[in-house]
Design a protein around this ligand. Structure first.
Ligand code: FAD
Length: 458
């Protein structure tokens, strides 16, 4: 039997990053994976969707080329090639992880891993043991009883990014990041898209101002938006799917070629030996402490299978924290209040910290500032003036409570707020940190200036 210091079960952004950090810390490490290295993120999530969205962006630029003074006589999309490009990008990233495993001298064990008592893992009949076993088996598309996926007419995200033929019409159920990104992608490609959201606003976890602007932009782009609505029933017997949608005004029947269920994820907890080992779970998640130890010594869990935001950067950070603690480093628990979340539709959304509503409910007295991209030189030059940056500060001590952005490229801008908040920056310090001109990032400085009554370009 092979013996390791650390075995990681699952090679998503949680698992493979953990394995690299473990190896860097001098721990003899193996990683077990039943599919391609890189997990959902690299193969079926973050990366292939961003490749599809890039194609949509280029296509949209071509559609509006005349507004940039350019004449493009003929252009069209080739849906098959768009999907092929996305698959190629995902494959390349997975190969990159293979290289990283080799570089870091991590043993890759291909196969299905099942936990055993005595800190062992069985992989298709062969046993491996380690002092520390880190479970990072991730998640899959959640299935609701009234949205049973058949992989053809009612699909999840995996099928949505590999369809052979572009559907003429699509109903997207759920307007979180995944639903919104696919709604935007297919709408840009020319599919007739309806997005159905149970809650009163699209992207319901975002600040209300952001949700409102996002809804306006989606409607302007031609997406049919149905909020306060739920898909009650699907009839897939005909050529098209008939969806019965309950709205505030009564029932409506929608027809589409395809229904995409984007109603969240379900953790991969089944058949991995949790019960055999006695590892405690609750509400479909593995229970862990601040350092990702389960109730059974020597077994840990990170990423989409533990409570907390199901995001790649969270999975990676949890894995690093877990393994640094194992190696005896003095490591702080993760601050779950300072995790950025992004939606890569058009417009993009990025946020961190409290929404205005949450900050008010928490009892803070607020200083709120907002700077619209319509007043930004860079946004004007780029022809991307929709959106804004909104910042929320505690009026008493100047703490940066939240930052919410919507517009072109904002997903690359939110890190400033994350870093500022991590370093406990005050608004005044952000104001005095000189931002380059002309950039979209100036909008952060200007929004902060607005909160303090010092805005220049409004
Ligand atoms: C469409 C889509 C878009 C997304 N976009 C973003 C984004 O833009 N940004 C972001 O931060 N997050 C995004 N996410 C979420 C992100 O992909 C996940 O949060 C992240 O992949 C979780 O990482 P993980 O390591 O916990 O698990 P996963 O990435 O799910 O990896 C788990 C791995 O474990 C393997 N595994 C499971 N069971 C076993 C077993 N028994 N034996 C061997 N191997 C096993 C699986 O095959 C898989 O490779 C997106 C998700 C989806 C679906």
């Amino acid at each position: 039997m092979s013996k390791y210091d650390v075995i990681v079960l699952g090679s998503g952004p949680g698992g493979y990053v953990t394995a690299i950090r473990a190896s860097q810390l001098g721990l003899k490490t193996a990683i077990i994976e039943k599919e391609s290295l890189g997990g959902v993120c690299l193969n079926w999530g973050c990366i292939p969707t961003k490749a599809l969205l890039k194609s949509a962006q280029v296509f949209d630029y071509l559609k509006h080329a005349d507004s940039y003074g350019l004449t493009v006589k003929e252009f069209d999309k080739d849906f098959g090639k768009v999907v092929e490009r996305s698959r190629g990008v995902a494959e390349g990233m997975s190969k990159g992880v293979q290289f990283l495993m080799k570089k870091n001298k991590i043993d890759v064990i291909n196969g299905y891993g099942k936990l055993k008592t005595g800190k062992k893992v069985d992989v298709d009949g062969k046993e491996y043991s380690a002092d520390h076993i880190i479970i990072a088996t991730g998640a899959r598309s959640r299935e609701l009883p009234n949205l049973k996926q058949d992989g053809k007419k009612v699909i999840g995200y995996r099928e949505a990014m590999t369809l052979k033929k572009q559907p003429k019409s699509m109903i997207v159920v759920g307007s979180g990041a995944i639903g919104s990104e696919f709604a935007h992608f297919y709408n840009s490609m020319g599919t007739e898209v309806t997005i159905v959201e149970f809650l009163p606003t699209l992207v319901p976890l975002e600040d209300e101002d952001v949700s409102k602007q996002f809804e306006r932009s989606f409607k302007k782009a031609g997406i049919k938006v149905m909020t306060n609505s739920s898909v009650e029933k699907l009839d897939t017997s005909g050529k098209l799917v008939n969806a019965t949608v309950k709205t505030k005004k009564g029932e409506e029947i929608l027809e589409a070629e395809v229904v995409l269920s984007a109603v969240g994820i379900a953790s991969n907890l089944e058949n991995i030996g949790l019960e055999d080992v006695g590892i405690a779970t609750d509400k479909g998640k593995v229970m862990v402490n601040d350092y990702y130890q389960t109730n059974i010594p020597g077994y840990y869990a990170i990423g989409d299978i533990v409570p907390g935001p199901a995001l790649a950067h969270v999975a990676s950070a949890e894995g690093i924290t877990c393994v640094e603690k194992i190696a005896g480093l003095n490591v702080e628990p993760i601050d779950y209040g300072n995790i950025p979340g992004c939606t890569y539709a058009s417009p993009e959304i990025a946020s961190v910290g409290m929404t205005e509503k949450q900050a008010k409910e928490a009892g803070y007295e607020l200083k709120v500032g907002k700077f619209p991209f319509s007043a930004s030189g860079k946004a004007s030059a780029s022809g991307e003036k929709d959106g804004f940056v909104k910042v929320i500060f505690d009026a008493k001590y100047g703490e940066w409570l939240g930052c919410h952005m919507i517009g072109a490229g904002v997903t690359d801008m939110i890190a400033e707020a994350v870093l500022g908040r991590k370093l406990e920056t005050t608004g005044h310090e952000v104001l005095k940190a000189i931002h380059p001109h002309p950039t979209m990032s100036e909008a952060v400085m200007e929004a902060v200036a607005d909160a303090y009554g010092e805005v220049i370009h409004l």
